[in-house]
Design a protein around this ligand. Structure first.
Ligand code: HEM
Length: 452
């Protein structure tokens, strides 16, 4: 039975928010994991753009559609905070990462961190990417049914190790595999039904993963403080805001753990989606490959990557179809409203990016892969300022989006020059939504070395 979240104050003209709790204990979790679009579409039809449901042991107000998303993300009256919203899901594992800070503290840390993402630094990271990509791809053994997703995940972790950390001197491959597992445990713990560190639970594995990551980064801190490397870790040790503020040791460790998480799965998912759709669309594969070949270099600079405009269209369309961060969390710290609905202080908010990306009101034939939507002639993403929001919006908008674009395009450039691949046109990726979305079948592609 639908229930009202809270009655609006008697004198207000605001509407109450309707919704229901779903199953005892698990709420709507299983429905969401199985078919998020199905669940959200049914709620849109039943309740409209603002409703509540139960997940991860809490009631969440679900905001669907670009108008509501814009209100929450722009956060004009500062009624919503990130820390209390994201903490419920990932707090113990990624606490004090930039995305989990608020207000003046967030602004101060963001100002310092921006110095690690200047154009000059991005150019240097891009230079360092190429040898690391080459090394990673040398290990790929093309075969029909090649599992692209785990291979890409390993590749992006290797890239993170060299570009973010400046290498992991003294660590064995086995240790690096453990670090990878620690990350996965932290990310997957976010959607654990049991939210207490009982042995054998995803939550406990996440807590252990965090401890492992802290030890790992602390071990490398003295050498990065002492050195002058071009990697992100060294950058965080040395950068200052324009006002001369710097990060403490704890800040550097907290930011590194968050940044690796923020960069790793998101880039992997985007690359994997791009491999799928390019594999299914030989016309686009050829278009992208031609542009890539026209650069006349295997190691394009940051500026040259901008010339890969077809790849850019494909990347944007893949970020629309499968946004790696499908939902963004917030919590109201004051009574407020969204689209005329009363949000009492303390309410947990979920801003559902994924739903907007599939709304036929904004995206004609939304399930169709059609990168031209983003072409200068069509610009369907301009129909609404928040129609396309894979990187969020407002003061917490992704700080690594240009880095992500460079990494993704650089990897695709190498892939297109080295390999050809195909995916059956009827293939639909079985996406698992227990953490960030990933293809549970490993995303098989028929992969070949290019001849000639
Ligand atoms: C395709 C890849 C990526 C996607 C889709 C993505 C998506 C997002 C989203 C949606 C947010 C906003 C969350 C919120 O509002 O609560 C965010 C924040 C953030 N992302 Fe990304 N991200 C990507 C790659 C990266 C990379 C590569 C880095 C770092 C190198 C990065 C660093 C960050 C940081 C630091 C924040 C927090 C910003 C703040 O709170 O001020 N992201 N990202």
């Amino acid at each position: 039975m639908p229930k009202v979240l809270a009655a609006p104050p008697p004198e207000s003209a605001l509407h109450p928010i309707s919704g229901n709790a779903g199953f005892p204990v698990i709420g709507h979790s299983l429905e969401y994991f199985r078919d998020p679009m199905g669940l959200l579409q049914s709620r849109w039809e039943r309740y409209g753009p603002v409703s509540w449901l139960s997940m991860a042991g809490k009631r969440w107000v679900t905001v669907l559609g670009p108008d509501g998303c814009q209100t929450v993300l722009q956060n004009k009256d500062r009624a919503f905070v990130n820390s209390d919203g994201w903490s419920v899901l990932i707090g113990p594992f990624f606490h004090r990462g930039l995305m989990l800070l608020d207000g003046d503290e967030h602004l101060a840390h963001r100002r310092i961190m921006q110095q690690a993402f200047t154009r000059d630094r991005l150019s240097r990271y891009t230079e360092a990417l190429h040898p690391a990509i080459d090394k990673g791809l040398d290990a790929w053994q093309p075969t029909p049914g090649f599992a692209a997703y785990p291979a890409l995940k390993e590749l992006t972790l290797d890239l993170a190790t060299s570009i973010f950390m400046g290498g992991a001197e003294g660590s064995t491959p086995q240790e690096m595999a453990e670090i990878n597992k620690a990350f996965i445990d932290c990310v997957q713990a976010a959607t654990s039904v049991v939210r207490y560190p009982l042995p054998g639970t995803r939550w406990k594995r996440g807590i252990d993963g965090r401890t492992r990551l802290e030890e790992f980064f602390r071990r490398y801190l003295p050498t990065r403080r002492a050195g002058a490397g071009d990697d992100l870790f060294s950058a965080l040790c040395h950068i200052e805001s324009e006002e001369g503020q710097r990060f403490s040791d704890d800040d550097v460790v907290n930011h590194m753990i968050f940044l690796l998480m923020a960069a790793h799965d998101t880039s992997t998912i985007t690359l994997s989606t791009m491999m799928q759709y390019l594999g299914q669309h030989p016309d686009w594969r050829e278009r992208c490959r031609r542009q890539s070949a026209a650069l006349g270099t295997s190691t394009p600079t940051y500026g040259q990557l901008d010339e890969l405009t077809d790849l850019d269209l494909v990347m944007k369309e893949c970020l629309r179809l499968v946004p790696p961060v499908p939902v963004v969390a917030r919590r109201a710290v004051e009574d407020t409203e969204v689209l005329g609905h009363y949000i009492p202080r303390g309410t947990y908010m979920s801003v559902v990016v994924h739903f907007t990306h599939h709304m036929p009101e904004y995206w004609p034939d939304p399930e169709r892969f059609d990168p031209e939507r983003f072409s200068p002639e069509r610009r369907e993403d301009k129909v609404h300022r928040f129609a396309w929001e894979p990187f969020g919006g407002g003061v917490h908008k992704c700080l690594g989006m240009h880095f992500a674009g460079a990494e993704i395009k650089a990897v695709m450039h190498h892939l297109l020059q080295r390999f050809d691949w195909q995916v059956s046109p009827g293939y639909v990726a079985p996406l698992n939504y227990t953490s960030l979305p990933f293809p549970s079948d490993g995303q098989p592609v028929d992969l070949y070395h290019r001849v000639g």
